[in-house]
Design a binder for this molecule. Sequence first.
Ligand SMILES: Nc1nc2c(ncn2[C@@H]2O[C@H](COP(=O)(O)OP(=O)(O)OP(=O)(O)O)[C@@H](O)[C@H]2O)c(=O)[nH]1
Ligand SMILES: C[C@H](OP(=O)(O)O)C(=O)O
Length: 213
Amino acid sequence: MPAPAPGYVVLLPVKPPARGKSRLVGIEPHERADLARSFALDTAESCLAATHVSAVLVITDDAYFAADVARLGAAVIPDGVSGDLNESLVQGALEARRRWPGLRPAALCGDLPALRSADLDAALAASEGAGPAYVEDAVGGGTTLYTAPHDLFRPAFGPGSAAAHRAGGARPLEGDLHSLRHDVDTLEDLEAVRRFGLGPRTALASVRVGSLG
Ligand SMILES: Nc1nc2c(ncn2[C@@H]2O[C@H](COP(=O)(O)OP(=O)(O)OP(=O)(O)O)[C@@H](O)[C@H]2O)c(=O)[nH]1
Ligand SMILES: C[C@H](OP(=O)(O)O)C(=O)O
């Protein structure tokens, strides 16, 4: 009989919304921050609703955002190394291991405002097994999810991250996983994910952005 699937702790890094999502151009700074914050809260909520997710650990240096996401039920820690996403994820994984020793870490981008819990569950179920695994983004070349047992956890997010994860021994997860592959960097990306169903905060925030209406 196969061993039972491990539960996962999602590590969700979120740049302070007032500084993140700089490629959302042509809107006011407060509108960009409102969208960035909404993307991350909707992503967190979808993670918390996933069957294979037993905990969500948000990594952020924004105290206001930390309070908002904690109200949803996520745990929160600050960046381990400010400005270094991958090192902060490594430190987040160490903290996750201390808090939840039985859970496998999965790093997920916080800009998936149309994420469906079913897609996340499908990816996590498919990542069972010994080695690291990742989900390539819809554009190609980037990564939206990376998971590995603690001893092999070496995230390499950033430009060319899919190739970097592959070079590090991770296997790409196949399948549609549409809502999980579509991270939102631009307003065009936001339009593209509407067909999957925007999370509630993002839907409202996009109505508040007059130029999107
Ligand atoms: N905690 C933390 N999260 C980060 C950091 N850099 C990026 N992230 C998060 O990692 C995920 C992927 O990053 P990007 O798509 O590059 O997001 P971004 O930096 O807000 O966007 P751009 O300004 O367009 O580069 C998003 O959830 C970001 O909020 C960091 O230094 N610390
Ligand atoms: C974090 C990065 O995402 P992007 O900035 O390309 O959305 C990646 O794909 O590794």
